[in-house]
Ligand binder design. Structure first.
Ligand code: UD1
Ligand code: CA
Length: 454
């Protein structure tokens, strides 16, 4: 059976008090609509249609790379009207799954159950039982329990308002039926809107079976209308991530103080201290320990590596048993072989650093290739930029760079070479050479300091 998805995302989201369309507000660093699109992609739907209106151009711009059929709803005349805007592009033989762009945490599992239950004679509806159902459409059932209709809160009578089973808005229905029912919707209700929910009573009267299913958890179907609700979804999402990491073998110093904004995978016996943020694709091997307040983005960390407090890593690859931080800044293109060490207040960028090499304190190493067992002294700077172009520094295996050295690139330091502290090196140094490039020290006996004029 072919499934197509219609995601409703035309609403304004007035209560966000924002220039940004509501569905572009983020949960875990990703627009809410992005979460929904990612989940429905996993369903193998033949097409994804997104109905947009408020901030349509901005929404489209945010998803330029994705294969989406955009449908424009000029005026927000209701959910039924919104679905109707997408229908011309939907195949009449498909099953249509309707989802909301502002309900980001629904799972693929729930959606695929819903789709699997729908067929030419069955409409499947996602409902949930809430302690406080106010605001939602109520599921009205007949005496024997079959669903009869959905009544919106604003149109409900006192008896109906007591019903705690509510409509999540998510449903799966045959396109051929939608095409029959949508033109018949009327806006004669309290809100003067074309309600999608009115198709339920039509389905019942046309003899379709209306089947209700429930999500794995109520948070899955929670929408966000204001920033407080977004924050609530964010915390729920982060708690789920924390639970998953712990199930995979990571210890978290505090599961409430970790933020995962992307895909984080961890091996066994990983330890993550408080307030760490993981962004994009991050992969952490076994036995890695991460200190407090680290930010790690799109990086791979080898087994047994220790990252100490307050280190910032972006697009880096670290081998096994490396030692990083505290207060290290590893920028894009930093690649460390096993057992390399980057200490405090060291910044690296586009740097290949060989096995066992150490840059322990206060250095900037950029556009560099550093061999094995190299020792870079405190305060070493690769002067990689002449104001116009970047140049490369190469340092051979076993070299020793004295403290406070400026390496003016392009420059090559040979294997096992030694650079005296305080040198400014602007030409190549051969293998095993010692080089010292600094003012010669002069000592003057019995030096008289100047005295104050009277
Ligand atoms: C809707 C349901 C209600 C359900 C609730 C769950 C209807 C009539 N009511 O009510 O039964 O309990 O969701 O949250 O369907 N949208 C458009 N175009 C429109 C109107 C809405 O794209 O013209 C989009 C919104 O951006 C939003 C979604 O549809 O993503 C739901 O709209 P909303 O106004 O929040 O519906 P509710 O009144 O909450
Ligand atoms: Ca809503």
């Amino acid at each position: 059976m072919i499934c197509e998805v219609i995601i409703l995302a035309a609403g304004q989201g007035t209560r966000m008090r924002s220039k940004l369309p509501k569905v572009l507000h983020c949960v875990a660093g990703k627009p809410m609509l992005g979460h929904v699109i990612d989940r429905v992609r996993e369903l193998d739907a033949s097409a994804i249609h997104v109905v947009i209106g408020h901030g349509a151009e901005q929404v489209k711009q945010a998803f330029v790379d994705t294969r989406i059929n955009w449908a424009i709803q000029e005026q927000q005349l209701g959910t039924g009207h919104a679905v109707a805007q997408a229908m011309p592009a939907v195949n009449n033989d498909s099953i249509v799954l309707v989802a909301y762009g502002d309900v980001p945490l629904v799972t693929t599992e729930t959606l695929s159950r819903l789709v699997a239950a729908a067929n030419q004679s069955t409409l499947s509806l996602l409902t949930v039982d809430l302690n406080d159902p106010s605001g939602y459409g109520r599921i009205v059932r007949k005496e024997l329990g079959d669903i009869a209709a959905i009544v919106e809160q604003k149109d409900a009578n006192e008896e109906q308002k007591k019903i705690t089973e509510v409509n999540t808005g998510i449903l799966a229905v045959p396109a051929s039926r939608l095409n029959q029912w949508l033109p018949k919707l009327s806006a004669e209700n309290t809100q003067r809107e074309y309600y999608l929910t009115d198709i339920i009573a039509m389905a019942v009267s046309d003899g379709l079976h209306v089947l209700a299913q429930q999500p794995g958890s109520a948070m899955e179907v929670e929408g966000a209308n204001n920033r407080q609700q977004i924050a609530g979804l964010e915390r729920f999402y982060q708690q789920q991530q924390a639970n998953r990491l712990m199930a995979d073998g990571a210890s978290l110093a505090d599961p409430k103080r970790i933020d995962v904004r992307g895909q984080l995978t961890t091996g066994e016996d990983v330890f993550i201290d408080i307030n760490c943020v993981f962004i994009g694709d991050v992969s952490i091997a076994n036995n890695v320990s991460i200190g407090p307040n680290c930010v790690i983005e799109n990086s791979t960390i080898g087994s047994g590596t220790v990252i100490k407090a307050n280190s910032i890593l972006e697009e880096v690859r670290l081998g096994s048993h490396c030692d990083i931080g505290p207060f290290a800044r590893l920028r894009p293109g930093t690649v460390l072989a096993a057992k390399a060490k980057i200490g405090n207040f060291v910044e690296t960028k586009k740097a290949n650093i060989g096995e066992g090499s150490k840059i322990s304190h206060l250095s900037y190493i950029g556009d560099s290739n550093i061999g094995k067992d190299v020792n870079i002294g405190a305060g070493t700077i690769t002067c990689n930029y002449d104001g116009a172009n970047k140049s490369i520094t190469n340092i051979g295996d076993g070299a020793f760079i004295g403290s406070n050295t400026a390496l003016v690139a392009p420059v090559n330091i040979g294997k096992n070479a030694t650079v005296g502290a305080g040198s400014t090196i602007s030409s190549d140094v051969g293998d095993k050479q010692l080089t010292v490039a600094r003012g010669k020290q002069k000592n003057i006996d019995n030096w008289k300091r100047p005295t104050k004029k009277s």
